[in-house]
Write a protein that binds this ligand. Structure first.
Ligand code: SF4
Ligand code: FES
Length: 227
């Protein structure tokens, strides 16, 4: 079914079922995002994509990446309230992750030089992209968001090497901040991934190197140490 809505004063026709963000982008209306990826389910974590949606009791802010585009909706993507809200989100992010390039670039865009809040030194913005990619694309859920509030972080279950991790590095590639490191830990060529170690082996036919998806972690020893 075709619906009609208004975004930034522009009358737009769209197919029912799309989100506000999808409809806006299809029509060249840019909305900033951090935790959105078109290959993954929306998560609504960063709130950077907020837009103003008119309603009978006045306008409200909604996350455009997860909110459905509805027939008759009137949306503003750059109203003063939207810009003020996004600026506050970026300022908080900058205080939390002052050395993260993607956050610095956003801060620059919003004219923020120095956040008013106490500086931390985190490099994870808790966007959850790595966790969703591991679950939805790789299908293993080797990592998840653990704890709450200020202690929230991405970790393998029980913060020890996960038997489910295949060292595919999807989480490394999808992470917008570089918070996930794939470390070369020397010869014989080993790669450290979360709490698991993987061996890089050479193909006898083509000579290329690839990661052996079987972690070399000695789980029996590890679990014996943990208990
Ligand atoms: S590690 Fe990277 S992808 Fe995962 S939640 Fe943190 S910033 Fe997002
Ligand atoms: S991009 Fe929509 S909440 Fe993060």
């Amino acid at each position: 079914m075709t619906i009609t809505l208004i975004i930034d004063g522009q009358k737009i026709e769209a197919e029912e079922g799309a989100t506000i963000l999808e409809v806006a982008r299809e029509h060249g209306i840019e909305i900033p995002t951090l935790c959105y990826h078109e290959a993954l389910q929306p998560y609504g974590a960063c709130r950077l994509c907020v837009v103003e949606l008119a309603g009978p009791r006045g306008p409200k802010l909604v996350s455009s990446c997860s909110y459905p585009a509805e027939d008759g909706a009137v949306i503003e993507t750059n109203s003063p309230l939207v810009l003020e809200t996004r600026k506050m989100i970026v300022e908080l992010l900058l205080a939390d992750c002052p050395d993260v390039k993607v956050v610095q670039e956003l801060a620059h865009e919003f004219g923020i030089e120095r956040p008013r809040f106490e500086l931390e030194d985190n490099d994870c913005i808790l966007c959850g992209l790595c966790v969703r990619a591991c679950k939805e694309i790789v299908g293993v859920s080797a990592i998840s968001l653990v704890n709450r509030g200020v202690d929230k972080k991405v970790k393998p279950p029980f913060e020890i090497a996960s038997r489910d991790c295949i060292g595919c590095s999807t989480c490394v590639f999808v992470c917008p901040t570089g918070a996930i490191k794939l470390e070369d830990i020397g010869e014989p060529k080993l790669v450290h991934h979360w709490a698991s170690d993987f061996e890089v082996v050479q193909c006898r036919i083509c000579g290329d190197h690839y990661l052996n998806p079987e972690p070399i972690t000695d789980y029996e020893k590890l679990f014996a140490e943990e208990t």
